[in-house]
Design a protein around this ligand. Structure first.
Ligand code: ZN
Length: 285
């Protein structure tokens, strides 16, 4: 493995803590609103695998350090690592970094976004996203891979990537996480869905005051953790299988082709595959 291959460890971009029977996995780039680079993705994967393997862990809580859960994929921090090779864990695709054309992103995002989201959704233990502040695009995909979502009253959800010429974040679960008409509204406007409305629409399980977010989430995790481990895993699998039979898996695959078409179109007709958008130009209001 060459020196610039993405590995976790030398900087704690993800924190791991076990409290009672809950593993708390925390994205830890608060200075960048927990923007996800590949390094963070693999650190998250390692933390989830550790929690899944630990018999003392019943429930996994996914959190974000600082005022925001996650602003999405890293499109402009100093730690952005899109050109670096990384190990392939979620798929058997070949190395992307030395490939050109549409192949580069198609392979990269298949592993890093689609494959990882599916892998984490399939974790055999219940997962709870504990969301405060911004939960945007790639952050939203991450929250959606969790079984339950507890939101602070200051949380907001959005997927503004249509502004980049892209029809939605890679893990295209929108019409399943929301009513299709609301999914269109979210995509067409790029506007924020606040926690109260997200809860009313069934996208989050409960909304709690910001100051009580951790306490309420851990109380929920504790209650879930009292159930038998294997039955929880089976119940989770039963619901996930039903979702896939309702079309989630196929819909995500179909949208992925359109997503990659949009990246290729951007690359052909604008400054780059993100249509020249940056964190600054994407910042709303
Ligand atoms: Zn993409």
């Amino acid at each position: 493995m060459s020196a610039d291959v993405v590995v976790s460890g030398d900087e704690e971009v993800v924190l791991y803590e076990r409290r009672e029977r809950a593993a708390i996995v925390t994205m830890n780039r608060p200075q960048y609103r927990n923007a996800q680079n590949a390094k963070m993705t693999y650190a998250l994967d390692a933390a989830f695998a550790r929690a899944a393997a630990d018999d003392e862990v019943a429930v996994i809580v996914l959190a974000g350090a600082g005022p925001h859960f996650s602003a999405g994929h890293d499109i402009g921090t100093p730690g952005r690592d899109v050109t670096k090779p990384f190990p392939r864990v979620a798929t058997t695709w070949w190395e992307h970094a030395d490939k050109g054309g549409a192949e580069n992103l198609f392979v990269r995002e298949q592993e890093l976004y689609l494959g990882m989201c599916r892998r984490w959704r399939g974790l055999p233990k219940p997962t709870v996203a504990m969301v405060q502040g911004a939960c945007i695009a790639g952050g939203l995909a991450l929250a959606w891979t969790c079984d339950l979502i507890v939101a602070a009253d200051d949380a907001f959800f959005s997927d503004p990537v249509v502004k980049m010429g892209i029809p939605g974040v890679e893990y295209f679960a929108h019409p399943f996480m929301l009513n299709p008409r609301i999914a269109k509204e979210l995509l067409f406007t790029g506007e924020r869905l606040d926690a109260t409305r997200a809860c009313a629409l069934g996208m989050v399980n409960r909304v709690v005051p910001r100051a009580r977010l951790e306490e309420e989430t851990l109380a929920l995790a504790r209650r879930i953790g009292e159930m038998p481990r294997f039955a929880l895993a089976l119940a989770k699998q039963a619901v996930n299988q039903a979702e896939d039979r309702m079309g989630l898996h196929d819909a995500v695959d179909a949208a992925y082709g359109l997503h990659q078409l949009a990246h290729a179109h951007n690359a052909l007709s604008s400054p780059d595959y993100l249509a020249g958008q940056t964190p600054r130009t994407m910042k709303d209001k």
